[in-house]
Design a protein. Sequence first.
Length: 515
Amino acid sequence: MDITRDLGEAAKTQLRRRTFLGGVAALGAAGVVGGGVFASTTGAHPAAAASAVPEADKDALDLLQRMLRFDTQNFGQGADTRPHAEMLKAVWENAGIPVEIIDTPQPNNVHLIARIPGTGTEKPLLILGHSDVVPVERENWTVDPFSGEVRDGEVYGRGALDMKGANSATISALLRHISEGATFDRDIIVLTDCDEEAGSFGSRWLAANHWDKLDAGMVLTEGGWFLAQKDKTTPMLITATRQDKVYFNLDLTAGGTATHSSKPKPDSAIVALSRAVAELGDWQAPVHLTEVTREYFSALAKASEDAGFKRAVELLLSARSQNARERAARVMVSKSNYPWLHSALLRTTHAFVIEDAGYKENVIPSSAHVRINCRAIPGGQKPREFLAQVREMMAARDVEVALAVTEGVSEEETLAELDKTWATPPADIDTPLFKALGEAAEETYPDAAFAPALFEAGTSLAPWRARGIPGYGVYPYVLDNDQLIGMHGNDERIYVEALRQGSDYMYKVFARFRD
């Protein structure tokens, strides 16, 4: 489906004037520290002169287009990220910043770590962004997904939103500081990791083998959405996520009689599974509000210019019974400009992602299977409770429901691990990084609200969260719902001016750490 839009020059001019008015106050220059790769940097000396950083590297769009032109598709077993890493390595080296490529056991599936030396003794600030992207359905794109083409004020490409756009906004912002000769009060580590979308050698592997390069006091990665008002351009709500939903998979399997296709029997496995999928497709898990999601929806209600939506959110938050919450949630979602996002923040979600059955056109198969990807709200419905609920629904259909587990690990052991993840508290927001995120939002988007939030998806933060290190997430560009749907979909894209303003936002975040 072609979901591109022709904004027209008048609309684009209005968009620029109303929404994406960037601009960064110039800051005084100071010395940046240098030294060997990842050596101790306290009290070090200037590493880069103001002229050392090419203008193109400080341009978030130029940098993003270069990133997008590398095909880093991850089909489930990692990706070829080396050429992308080599390009970024040169960018950092041009700026005089220590950087290295970390090889993994999978050839050309690599991590990249740059370390901007700081002058103080505080633990480093780590910026985490993945280089791999999900695969594309080329036939359903209206542009080359690896071209970085700009059309009608939007830049297209796999990873434009998730998350090469965030990487370019962040790196270009840091390079602007470096070009000014800035020093920071602590080291800033920029990790561009691999295997975030799938694979065996992601951040967990890296932490297990190279923790000395990753040890930090605070971490920032993907997550929080910068949402627009109903007009799709004016910033409404700027969020930084402090918690991810809990990821798990279920497998549904239906059985039947295997026989010749010329003599079908009524116990078809495919038909039985299709009916089960249809029932689950029409069903939603119960609404659960937590401290984190209540704060988010409260900020959303205050920020929205839509009176009907605002009232629906208020009814949701004030509901005193489960039935009242369910009714209010339905109304709220129906009035939301981001209905699928806001529905996902209310409950455990289940998405049908892989289906397989049969092997020959004249054979009726004996089984049919579907994989369901699920995301539970920490502090809401437990994964084990959701599993029990689905099993109860499917029992009458004689459909087996299994929790997907790692080979050699039992279901109960897997559920126990999910219980631990479910019970992990949200990241502490009383930190310099979260304060910087909020202050920069107020400065960059003065008419929008700022709030902490729950991320409806997942990130690579597990190694830091396991050590009690606070981690947050932002996608630093204002989006509309069509762009949000393009995440992991077709014609993925973001506004060029939103990207540039997002780089200004990240510049202001890092300004809080300058000496």
